[in-house]
Design a binder for this molecule. Structure first.
Ligand SMILES: Cc1cc2nc3c(=O)[nH]c(=O)nc-3n(C[C@H](O)[C@H](O)[C@H](O)COP(=O)(O)O)c2cc1C
Length: 176
């Protein structure tokens, strides 16, 4: 069985090299909108999505993220847009983190479906659990009680996408 959606799900790859050119507002909104249609526990639509294109804030995110990784270079791969996803802390809403990961997944697949490249970038949980992180959340006009889930580096891919690595054996089983 096959169709365009299934093909897009199979061919999306993490993109780690981006053109400097900024994506259009229409493209950005298409990706963000897809994120908002991710399923959420009890339809609370708990996650908060912040797309950052401001170079000063992007530099700050690069610096903050680099503090939690040994990785060389820009952990967001010089993407012109960084999309941050936050959720309520587990004491406030236990499904928040799971909700946020689905938002990120929807946005990655939507980005691929319209020809953009994206890569999930980790460490937002640690970054936003610092004084600087809390200050930045307040600067981004987010409410209290949130935590970082993850981020997307987003932009036009600078290189063709590689094929997917083979899937592991016995990834799924069907029990009837
Ligand atoms: C929870 C999670 C965290 C990830 N963190 C990073 C990251 O910090 N940096 C990065 O380059 N890729 C990151 N990735 C991307 C994975 O490395 C990538 O999805 C995986 O290698 C499979 O490749 P594909 O997305 O091209 O299929 C992350 C992916 C997930 C789901």
């Amino acid at each position: 069985m096959d169709n365009e959606i299934l093909k897009a799900l199979r061919t999306r790859r993490s993109v780690r090299a981006f053109k400097a050119e900024q994506i259009s507002d229409d493209e950005l909104r298409a990706v963000l909108d897809a994120g908002t249609y991710a399923p959420t526990g009890m339809n609370r639509q708990d996650p908060w999505i912040v797309a950052v294109q401001d170079p000063t804030i992007i530099s700050q995110l690069v610096r903050m993220n680099s503090m939690f990784t040994e990785q060389e270079g820009n952990p967001y791969y010089d993407a012109p847009t960084i999309v941050l996803v936050f959720c309520s802390r587990p004491d406030i809403w236990p499904n928040g983190f799971a909700d946020g990961t689905l938002v990120l997944g929807n946005m990655m697949n939507a980005a691929h479906a319209i020809g953009l490249g994206s890569c999930w970038i980790n460490r937002e949980r640690q970054m936003f659990d610092t004084d600087e992180g809390r200050q930045l959340m307040s600067q981004l006009r987010l409410p209290e009680g949130l935590m970082g889930v993850g981020a997307l580096a987003l932009g036009y891919p600078a290189k063709p996408l590689p094929p997917a690595r083979p899937r592991k054996e016995n990834y799924y089983r069907i029990v009837k």
